[in-house]
Write a protein that binds this ligand. Structure first.
Ligand SMILES: Nc1ncnc2c1ncn2[C@@H]1O[C@H](COP(=O)(O)OP(=O)(O)O)[C@@H](O)[C@H]1O
Ligand SMILES: Cc1ncc(COP(=O)(O)O)c(CN)c1O
Length: 408
């Protein structure tokens, strides 16, 4: 596109002019332009009797970081550079495959150990996601220790952070991930901005771990429950409650063990939660105490509601490992996000996430000691040591489809 006359000494470090283009048609155009440029160069060479053709350098630079493919054709004839023929182009397909997916993760932060954003950021960054982090709490350690010191983010502070991102036009994400939030006011601000981010693009997915409590005990202010029900669930695409949280959200206690029609009770509860908004629900673990099943196993249950109101439901049974672990729920939701993105399939995402967590816990048991005598929550996850396990994503446990595809 550009032919310049310059003396040879200037040619070598010259940065060529470039045009940035996008789309498959433009890639074809790039080929045509380069071909034509080559033809012209050859013609010039032939017509010039005293031509001393220099070794041609054609540089093709496929740069995932700048998301461009650039072809630079440097050529020199006599004292003239007939180069500067540079085009940068990429097909949409290539653009998408090189684009780094962006996640906004709003969860707790601990200085020592692994829960919340400490788990999510490591896992997601390892898989190549860009993670923007908002810390709902900034604690010394998780709440299983004798003492916890630190601060909680207020609703006003969260509002200010979102305003900053909004004014600078930075509220552009592919995924939103939320975990421990603590108060209804904070959740209310989260809902307001999730709504705004989602209104910008239909492709954004919101993965919500509705952290409320466990084993009949609330971890959060009671005000969270209504905000989850009325504001958050209608926005969420994937939710990962535990069995206590599902009971609180649908307002019904579930005692699967003593119910003759146990399967129906579980699927009914999933269906009630679907009605509140999310199209994918994953109960990360149900203990044998609740299911009445094999004491050595835990069960994951999941369900997808399709647009035609049909449901696909499945379960994964996996071994119950001795001991208690903290940060498993937060790691689970991050793994689900990552593998749902890679596989675009909830069943595969669950198989990978359950299998990876199993191996992380095995590694944790193998190499870590319980932290100290005051720690009621057992081991900190050995996430860094499990890097290879996370990257590999080997499937150990397979999903079993429920043959009933319930209609509403
Ligand atoms: N004792 C355990 N044995 C085996 N897997 C576990 C155990 N505790 C946690 N996990 C794994 O971590 C995942 C999330 O933990 P879970 O206890 O269900 O979430 P939460 O911490 O949110 O209550 C489970 O699906 C399972 O894969
Ligand atoms: C500050 C904080 N954040 C998050 C969690 C959640 O951990 P888990 O992933 O095991 O549910 C905990 C555990 N009590 C915690 O103390």
């Amino acid at each position: 596109k550009n032919v310049t006359s310059r003396k040879r000494p200037h040619t070598s470090r010259h940065k060529p002019a470039s045009i940035k283009l996008c789309g498959p048609t433009l890639v074809r155009m790039l080929d045509m332009v380069c071909d034509r440029a080559r033809q012209l160069l050859m013609k010039t060479q032939r017509s010039s009797s005293d031509s001393t053709y220099q070794k041609r350098q054609m540089i093709v630079d496929d740069d995932p970081f700048t998301r461009t493919l650039s072809v630079t054709d440097y050529a020199q004839f006599n004292n003239t550079l007939v180069g500067d023929c540079c085009l940068q182009a990429c097909s949409l397909e290539q653009y998408e495959s090189h684009r780094i997916p962006r996640v906004l993760s709003i969860q707790s932060h601990v200085v020592h150990g692994f829960v919340g954003n400490k788990c999510a950021a490591f896992i997601l960054q390892l898989y190549g996601f860009e993670v923007d982090i908002i810390n709902s709490v900034h604690f010394s350690n998780h709440t299983g220790y004798k003492t916890v010191k630190g601060s909680r983010l207020t609703a006003d502070e969260l509002e200010a952070i979102f305003q900053g991102l909004l004014i600078n036009e930075l509220l552009e994400y592919d995924y939103i991930l939320t975990g421990y939030m603590g108060s209804g006011e904070l959740l209310h601000v989260v809902a307001k901005y999730v709504r705004l981010i989602k209104s910008k693009s239909a492709h954004i997915k919101y993965i919500c771990d509705p952290v409320i409590g466990d084993n009949n005990k609330l971890y959060v202010d009671r005000s969270c429950i209504e905000v989850y029900k009325n504001e958050i669930l209608p926005l969420a695409d994937i939710v990962t409650p535990n069995d206590f949280e599902i009971e609180v959200l649908i307002g019904k206690e579930l005692d699967y063990k003593n119910d003759e029609n146990q399967e129906e009770v579980i699927w009914q509860s999933l269906r009630s939660l679907h009605k509140m908004g999310p199209s994918h629900i994953i109960i990360s673990s149900i203990s044998a105490d609740k299911t009445g099943g094999n004491q050595t196993m835990l069960q994951m249950r999941a369900s997808t509601q399709f647009l035609d109101n049909q449901y696909q439901t499945f379960q994964i049974d996996f071994p119950h490992l001795e001991g208690s672990f903290t940060g498993t729920g937060d790691s689970f939701s991050a793994l689900i996000l990552a593998w749902f993105h890679k596989e675009n399939n909830l069943i595969r995402a669950c198989e990978r996430s359950i299998s990876i967590l199993h191996q992380i816990l095995r590694k944790t048991i193998e190499i870590s000691k319980p932290i100290n005598t005051h720690n009621r929550c057992g081991h900190e996850l050995c996430l860094i040591e499990s890097k290879a396990i996370i990257e590999c994503g080997e499937i150990l446990f397979h999903a079993v489809l429920n043959d009933k595809h319930l209609s509403s």
